[in-house]
Design a protein around this ligand. Structure first.
Ligand code: THU
Length: 130
């Protein structure tokens, strides 16, 4: 994880629209092209319609024409590790291999790095449809 990735996650986290949970999350996808794509959580008055920071970052990446994730960073505050939710693990899986690192950060530092395979073992992905 480089500083540019960390800094973009901080900036993304600051833009979160999270008036209901007050839990601000920033996420960054690094594409195989080396570019960084940031996203924040965007909540909605109709609560289930909100979306996670990872989902926003993936949308930005796809919109730029990239379809392969090389690295992921998720940033949030609080005691517990802010790991991607179950739905976002699967969304990341669509564009990432099992060995892709996912850096779990607080706004101050890297807390832990895990792989997608650790978060989503025996996953179902695009290859399974082939
Ligand atoms: N959230 C994310 O954006 N990413 C995560 O990895 C965990 C949870 C958001 C969803 C919701 O807006 C808020 O955090 C509280 O769950």
């Amino acid at each position: 994880m480089d500083k540019a990735m960390f800094d973009l996650a901080r900036a993304a986290m600051a833009k979160a629209h999270a008036p209901y949970s007050n839990f601000h999350v920033g996420a960054v996808m690094k594409g195989a092209n080396g570019r960084l794509y940031g996203g924040c959580n965007v909540e909605n008055a109709a609560y289930p319609e909100g979306c996670c920071a990872e989902t926003s970052a993936i949308a930005a990446m796809v919109m730029d024409g990239e379809a392969k994730i090389a690295e992921v960073l998720v940033m949030g505050a609080g005691e517990g590790l802010v790991t991607p939710c179950g739905g976002c693990r699967q969304r990341i899986r669509e564009f990432a291999a099992d060995d892709v690192p996912i850096h779990i950060c607080s706004p101050d530092e890297l807390r832990r790095t895990v792989t997608l395979g650790e978060l989503l073992p025996l996953s179902f992905g695009p290859e399974n449809l082939g």
